[in-house]
Design a protein around this ligand. Sequence first.
Ligand SMILES: Cc1cc2nc3c(=O)[nH]c(=O)nc-3n(C[C@H](O)[C@H](O)[C@H](O)COP(=O)(O)O)c2cc1C
Length: 379
Amino acid sequence: MNTQNPVFNGNRMKLGTFCTNGKGPNLTTVPESYMATWPDTRKLAQMADVAGFEAIVPYSRWKGFVTGQPDDRTGNVMDPFTWAAAISASTRYSAIFSTSHAPTYHPIVAAKQCATIDIISNGRFGLNVVGGWNRPELEMFGRPLQEHDQRYDYLGEWLEIVSRLWQSDVAFDHHGKFFNVVDAVSAPKPVQRPRPPIMNAGGSPRGVRFAAQHADMCFVVLKGDDPATIAAQVNEYKDLARQEFGREVQVWSSAYVVQGETDEQAQAYLHRYSVEHEDSVAADAWLKALAAEAQLMPPEALKAARSRFVAGAGGFPLVGTPETIVKRLSLLADGGIDGVVLTWVDFMDGLARFTRDVLPLMEAAGLRSKFGGGDVLAA
Ligand SMILES: Cc1cc2nc3c(=O)[nH]c(=O)nc-3n(C[C@H](O)[C@H](O)[C@H](O)COP(=O)(O)O)c2cc1C
């Protein structure tokens, strides 16, 4: 793979931001909860960029989770492709991702959009390919949501066409189960060769298989925080990729950060925003939809993990002092996790304090080398 893209650098624990193109993933009513504006989302990307974060990852959502409430805040999410293009032009180091709900973009359209963003970012683009699971938002397009495993078959064919368009110098036809593509070409090509990195977050057996076969960065929703559970989940992807597909993959997770002066203070704030001020209507709707359509975890386990979904999209908790947060990140690295994308309730304050207090401790712990910016930011 192209080694210029920072997601392939040598840091033991790579970092990203997640969901800064919308209201953020947490389901809370506290007033300081983030809501993306262009100046804020750009500023956050620039803060992550100069701090040496490897990835800036948006999310894709066409409709909020609460039915009959068109202004539900969970649906307030900027389009990840046009956002990624503008963020690319505003940053210089980090990889900029887009998130693609494959059933809503023809692969010829997606291939050209991605190549364009790869050119704007000079080879820093990456694509999170998503099959879609939230029935109302996909049915809004006038087509039924496909059966679960078939969504991954569709995604595979979709990605095959996108990849061919990125790589092929000759026109080709494709007559498959889902697409008929005739005399297909796409130019300009992406900067990255053979292609920009692919990310996927499939969690079901079929989803894990898809990720192991196609993704460079697989996302896992961690089921526990003991080293053996983490390593087992990570190795499921890495072993399958090696043994069945002869590939090496990275495994990332998402994590929510609540940083405090003391562990107790951080826990108290977590309780405040995610329990006392839980957005219960949105949380009920989201978990009901996830249980019905995704197979990340059995419905009972999902119910038990409610607080993690309210606090930060089912991410891994990084709650406590900077020292505690770094211990938790070391635990992830020891379990084989290659990177985490981070969320906060108040992204601006959270990212600033994380960069100031946690990054130096990560460097001291050997999780990351000091980011000087070097030639990239000086250019
Ligand atoms: C880190 C992460 C990011 C995701 N981003 C999106 C997204 O932006 N839009 C979306 O509809 N689904 C998103 N998903 C959901 C996944 O694409 C996938 O549908 C889900 O993990 C269920 O997988 P499964 O059906 O294999 O169980 C994300 C999941 C994770 C863990």
